[in-house]
Design a protein around this ligand. Sequence first.
Ligand code: NAI
Length: 330
Amino acid sequence: SVAEAAMSTSARSTVNTLGVVGGGQMGMGITVTAATQGKKKVICVDSNAAALQKSLENSKRILASQVTKGKITAQEKEEAIARIVTTQDLNSLKDVDFVIEAVPEDPFFFICLNIHLFYGWIKMTINNKIQKNEKVKKSIFEQVSKITQNDVILASNTSSIPITRIASWVSEDRRDKVCGMHFMNPVPVMQLVEIIPGLQTSNDTKAKVIALAEQMGKTTSVSRDDAGFIANRILMPYINEAVFVLQEGIATKEDIDKTMKLGTNVPMGPLTLADFIGLDTCLFIQQTLYESTKDSKYKPAPLLQRYVEAGWLGRKTGRGFYNYEIKKDK
Ligand code: NAI
């Protein structure tokens, strides 16, 4: 609207230096992609020195494999590495042109909430912890919005916190510069980025977030700020339904996966995909959809909950719907 346009100022257009907060799985993927495809200088901040070191090694491994696959040259790899700065100091972001936040929203407490739903006092404790957990993200937005210049866009890679809520954590005159930028895992491989404007995000900001994603070699889709956005809103009930089909004994896990893989032409079946994502993450997102809509169609499958309770979280624990130690030898 005209009033909106008058109120919001233009966001910085040229991104030479990108700031990334959180150097984990996603943050380092974003860093590496921006440094290679986008040829951006990237300052990646993580509070945990050991995690940062591990991520940096992982990213070098990713780049080396891209060289092996002929996607980039050895020289491009070296140039990309030279563009990446890792630090524990948030103040290093003071001169960046754009920020992407990728710190965790720990699913653990949501899972506990679900397991202990009937025990009021545990629920209360856990609710406090959820709030505390959002506080980490909140404190990052509060700090980064002050450290950076006013025309710098603050994007979040969140998969479950509403963008409009995240925007409420910065001063009112900055909220037009806050936007969701939801990368898919693994970032260097997956083509798509979902763009989620919050209620107060300006069109100018949205266009500049899309432009950065494209400079990073990605394709974008736009979603309204609602639970699950597009990808998870569709994917998680799909995975959940596959678990119901397994739970009800309608088909074996192999037949479920074979049917969907070969029958709908996707790279892997839903149970294999769930193991890949992590069953705790799937349960967390499904629970978030259910909690925010109260719609029974999003109720997590009991078998999914049991697997998470058993600690069978998928690939990362060696066992989910499939057993990965055995699979490795095949
Ligand atoms: P991760 O646990 O691998 O990495 C998070 C990093 O943030 C860790 O290295 C941690 O040390 C760091 N960190 C924690 N607190 C910090 C602070 N106060 N300041 C700076 N760094 C801090 O988590 P992952 O998988 O990279 O996920 C991060 C975010 O991305 C989450 O919000 C998640 O919802 C979102 N996401 C995750 C996807 C996935 O498939 N894993 C897909 C899309 C979005």
